[in-house]
Design a protein around this ligand. Structure first.
Ligand SMILES: [Zn+2]
Ligand SMILES: [Zn+2]
Length: 266
């Protein structure tokens, strides 16, 4: 990273929790079937250089009730808690279209959305004829994304592209047809927001894949890519790991806002 490179703040905003999960419910090859492995749910706020970018949009109470997840607060309220008006967000990146990442699109009335070509093809195509593959999608979210194509608010990406000075998007796939990760320059170096390319540090460090899978080879290659893009193992921020909340400092305005642009404290 050059001396005058742009630097950004990153907050992981925790909005939901799933307590009753074990390795057996999360991993294809569990080491200890009964070991507890709860999930947290986050969206991510990236601020700096005069820009406000949101990665993923979470789900709402209706989805939480239907899918038996514990919504702690609306992801939109999580943004407001750290001083962000969702109506003023310019860019919303969707890592992929799963229900816990692509709801609440109506809460961002002035945003431009960013999605990989491959993810839109996947969630509107032939694979969705199969129940196990479409299970993690909410068709309402998919239909809203399609509407934003027709209202010219959707920007498609194919592979690697630069979203803002220094910030890049990278196609991974693996977990979903066109999952993308985001690389952000911060004061502590290059941070990769992996979203569901790695639900937990356990997945990437133990090379142990999460149960929801489209292509195992691409998931494995995605871990290699994340490691290449990030400045170290603690610079890869997993998508659902409660350890994120435990290991990084909390924002003074909100204990559910985790400052992952700073070095870990545990
Ligand atoms: Zn997912
Ligand atoms: Zn997820």
């Amino acid at each position: 990273m050059s001396a005058n490179a742009p630097l950004y703040e990153i907050l992981a905003l925790r909005y939901a929790h799933s307590a009753d999960r074990t390795q057996a419910s999360n991993l294809i090859f569990p080491d200890d079937h009964a070991a507890p492995m709860p999930l947290d749910y986050f969206i991510w706020l990236i601020r700096g250089e005069g820009r406000t970018i949101v990665l993923d949009t979470g789900f709402d109470q209706e989805t939480a009730t239907r899918r038996n997840r514990k919504l702690l607060r609306s992801p939109l309220d999580a943004l407001r808690a750290v001083g962000v008006d969702p109506a003023k967000v310019d860019d919303v990146v969707l890592s992929h279209m799963h229900f816990d990442h692509a709801g609440n699109l109506g809460g961002f009335p002035n945003a431009r959305f960013h999605l990989q070509d491959a993810e839109m093809q996947y969630c509107t195509g032939r694979c969705m004829c199969h129940e196990p593959l479409r299970r993690p999608f909410d068709v309402e979210h998919v239909m809203q994304a399609v509407q934003h194509v027709y209202t010219e608010r959707m920007t498609f990406h194919s592979g690697t592209s630069e979203l803002a000075p220094g910030i890049t998007l990278h196609l991974v796939g693996g977990h979903s047809g066109g999952l993308q990760v985001m690389r952000v320059p911060t004061a502590r170096g290059w941070v990769v927001l992996a979203s569901d390319a790695a639900h937990f540090w356990y997945n990437i460090r133990r090379r142990s894949p999460f149960v929801l899978l489209h292509n195992l080879e691409k998931m494995l290659e995605g871990w290699v890519l994340c490691e290449k893009l990030a400045d170290g193992p603690d610079h890869i921020i997993p998508g659902h790991d409660p350890e994120v909340t435990r290991r990084f400092p909390k924002h003074p305005l909100d204990r559910g806002a985790i400052m992952v642009d700073l070095p870990p404290i545990a």
